[in-house]
Design a binder for this molecule. Structure first.
Ligand code: SAH
Length: 213
């Protein structure tokens, strides 16, 4: 009899080959992480068979898990080498958190909605990740106590780049963030000696980054 777990391994393999590698993501650390993290566990049970499709999926509370390619693209854009301390804003399902935790030394992740944060935290603990710290709160404020960060990943769309977040980037730190209301574009912000460099990457669609400030 077929082992259902095997099905998911095959689906992840083809997800990585067809949707990610074939579209130009070639950072082996990113590809290995996406191959390893069991994406089907991060979507609601009834959507499990769609977990590896080339699209975002609902995860409850009006939020979504990003399309696999976008997760890979954004992770690659941060040019991670392994020793980094990374801040993620928008834990959501915890899928992107797991992909980051596979690659870097330490992940700090902030989520506004406590229900999502708790569910993600429980799953990531069961999966054995011990290098992730969770916080419920407004991620536009970053996580001051643990700054500076080598990289910041924002997985919800901001109307403008939050200044407090940008300031928490360390020297040569990189932040990837969707910006725009309605029409959105992905930006890569790099901290340089004399300020910040902003590079536009590609059009995207994310849920809005909600800010109490
Ligand atoms: N990376 C997630 C994507 C989640 S969607 C995944 O892989 O599943 C974006 C998430 O950002 C949502 O869960 C939403 O609740 C959260 N969010 C929106 N505004 C936020 C804010 N100001 N601070 C922290 N999280 C926020």
């Amino acid at each position: 009899m077929a082992d259902p777990q095997d099905d998911f391994i095959t689906q992840r393999e083809s997800m990585v080959d067809v949707q990610i590698r074939a579209r130009g993501v070639n950072d082996e650390k990113v590809l290995a992480a996406m191959h390893k993290v069991p994406r089907h566990l991060f979507v609601p049970g009834e959507l499990r068979s769609f977990a590896h499709g080339d699209e975002p999926l609902p995860i409850g509370e009006g939020q979504t898990i990003s399309q696999p390619y976008i997760v890979a693209y954004m992770t690659e854009a941060l040019e991670l080498s392994g020793g980094e301390k990374v801040l993620e804003v928008g834990t959501g399902s915890g899928y992107q958190t797991a992909v980051l935790a596979e690659i870097v030394r330490q992940v700090f992740t902030v989520e506004l909605l406590s229900g999502l944060s708790e569910r993600a935290g429980a799953l990531l603990q069961v999966l054995g990740y011990s290098n992730i710290c969770f916080k419920v709160g407004d991620g536009t404020l970053g996580w001051e106590e643990n700054a500076p960060f080598d990289a910041i990943m924002v997985t919800a769309a901001a109307e403008a780049v939050p200044k407090r977040l940008q300031e928490q980037l360390g020297p040569n730190g990189r932040m990837i963030i969707p910006v725009g209301a309605g029409f959105q574009e992905l930006f890569l912000i790099t901290r340089e000696r004399r300020g910040f460099r902003k590079k536009k990457l590609l059009p995207v669609r994310f849920v809005p980054l909600v800010s109490a400030h």
